[in-house]
Design a protein around this ligand. Structure first.
Ligand code: IPE
Ligand code: IPE
Ligand code: MG
Length: 257
């Protein structure tokens, strides 16, 4: 009997072996600042401003969705000064960059909880989403106050509130209850800063994502390295638990039934 590799869920194809969706754990801002003898917040500022460059590298390659992990549900546990500083940096970045991103046809989508952000930040996030909602270029998912576990619990609560029957709940439906309902699962997750862990990022969505961890600190990630990572990705063999036809034993390829 022919053994077939399970097919990945459908995603907008782009012909070449280019990831449709690249997600980043943008880690290392604090260490980058410390290395320069600067306060940690200086690293967050440079880090936020590096996002546009990443989009400029990925867009011409055919990447359609970029998710950046900007602030986790656990990051509230940092010293209050750092948390407050990060909130200010994000508010300012949204105010100064949204117009530019809109002009570049980028759709900005917040993925994460909104209720703990200050009013000002919450409103500018909502405004950025409204403004860019119809854009047809790259979708930039900003994971802010995002945690994979919180997201899954929120989905479970909503499913129960909606009164769905247990039989109606399958993977496709569950995915539609997540913050990332509008995006295909990430093909590639890149973590900067060298830590070999997931840190509560896209727990459900990353089931079959390819991982790439680089010791480069987020503010130092440049276009050349990013292109190299995508090249590495294009040579990976994704099997989704099955076997690629060329890896199957010879007799299973030739026998029928
Ligand atoms: C990542 O950089 C950004 C956030 C978590 C907000 P870090 O602040 O974690 O930087 P390091 O890991 O301390 O260098
Ligand atoms: C992950 O980085 C979260 C973000 C990049 C926003 P952390 O610095 O918070 O992760 P840990 O604490 O090293 O796992
Ligand atoms: Mg870190």
């Amino acid at each position: 009997m022919q053994v077939e590799a399970p097919q990945p869920p459908p995603s907008p194809g782009n012909g070449a072996n280019v990831p449709v969706h690249v997600a980043f754990i943008m880690d290392g801002n604090g260490r980058w600042a410390q290395k320069q003898g600067l306060p940690r917040l200086a690293g967050h500022e440079v880090g936020v401003n590096a996002i546009q460059g990443v989009l400029e590298t990925l867009e011409p390659l055919g990447v359609k969705f970029v998710t950046i992990y900007a602030f986790s549900t656990e990051n509230w546990g940092r010293p209050q000064d750092e948390v407050d500083g990060i909130m200010d940096i994000f508010s300012e970045a949204l105010a100064s960059q949204t117009k530019d991103l809109h002009a570049k046809n980028v759709r900005i989508v917040h993925v994460g909880r909104s209720e703990n952000m200050g009013t000002e930040l919450r409103e500018s996030v909502a405004e950025a989403q409204r403004l860019t909602n119809g854009n047809t270029g790259i979708t930039l998912n900003v994971a802010f106050d995002y945690g994979g576990r919180a997201e899954i619990l929120e989905a479970v609560r909503s499913i129960i509130k909606d009164g769905l029957s247990p039989d109606a709940i399958d993977e496709e439906l569950f995915s539609r209850y997540l913050f990332t309902a509008h995006s295909p699962d990430p093909d590639l997750i890149i973590r900067t800063g060298g830590e070999q862990r997931i840190s509560n990022f896209l727990l459900w969505q990353s089931a079959y994502s390819e991982y790439f961890i680089t010791p480069t600190l987020w503010p130092d990630l440049d276009s050349a390295e990013l292109i190299q990572v995508l090249e590495t990705f294009s040579n990976r063999r994704r099997r989704y638990g099955g076997l690629n036809p060329e890896d199957q034993p010879h007799d299973s390829q030739t026998s029928e039934g």
